[in-house]
Write a protein that binds this ligand. Structure first.
Ligand code: AMP
Length: 218
């Protein structure tokens, strides 16, 4: 059983790295931002509540985030463990989390703000199937169209210069203390997120004492 948290600023490759780890190690992947985006798409009450907050790049209130994560973990479908992406993001969330769960490691992907800006503003998302693209290194074959379903590629509502500046500021203010809390537990592994995804993945595995990542075709 492995319980990991993956942290890093937007655009640091958290979801790519979490997906690579989760697939190989049979971990349940919990992505808080995706849970909120699902609620917005489905027009639920929670979706209506968080939509504006998310659009301007602010953090959703702790109580709501905590109850969503708690409900998700209480399903206990994580026989081999879990990896949480996008939580905790405040001191309160971190304290709440550590009261209930022992974490094996916090993987912190370190990326300078300038590189974040360059990567995030190049992100595109398929409006049809949700597939991610990046105009720097993961371009679609036909400009503006999804390779998988042909849907229109759009910019995430919160990937604007203005929202990004807010997110970066909030990130440094809120997430710094979270890292400190975990550091006291001596479970933080800091990895340079600038190299390509596979190099970053190998470094994470090396630092966690896991077997090397082997690329698969599927
Ligand atoms: P992300 O996809 O991780 O960039 O998250 C998108 C947005 O969801 C954030 O800008 C926040 O508005 C909200 N969000 C995600 N995770 C959290 C969290 N742990 N605490 C508060 N808000 C969150």
């Amino acid at each position: 059983m492995r319980k990991y948290v993956i942290m890093g600023v937007q655009g640091s490759g958290k979801s790519t790295q979490a997906a690579m780890l989760a697939r190989d190690l049979d971990l349940v992947r919990i992505t808080v931002g995706d849970m909120f985006r699902w609620h917005i798409q489905q027009h639920t009450k929670i979706g209506a509540h968080v939509r504006r907050t998310m659009a301007v790049g602010k953090l959703v209130d702790d109580d709501l985030v905590e109850s969503m994560v708690q409900e998700r973990l209480q399903l206990h479908d994580w026989n081999y463990g879990f990896i949480i992406d996008g939580f905790p993001r405040s001191r309160k969330q971190a304290e709440f989390f550590l009261e209930s769960y022992d974490i094996d490691a916090v993987i912190y992907l370190d990326l300078p703000d300038e590189e974040v800006r360059r990567r995030v503003l190049a992100r595109r998302l398929c409006a049809g199937c949700g597939m991610d693209y990046n105009l720097i290194n993961d371009r679609p074959t036909v400009e503006g169209r999804c390779d998988v379903c042909g849907g229109e590629l759009v910019t995430r509502e919160d990937d604007t210069e203005e929202a990004l500046a807010t997110r970066l500021r909030e990130y440094h203010e809120e997430t710094g203390p979270v890292l400190e809390i975990f550091r006291r537990k001596e479970c933080v592994v800091i990895v340079d997120a600038r190299p390509d995804a596979i190099t970053v993945q190998q470094e994470i595995r090396h630092r966690l004492g896991l077997p090397e990542y082997v690329e698969k075709d599927d």
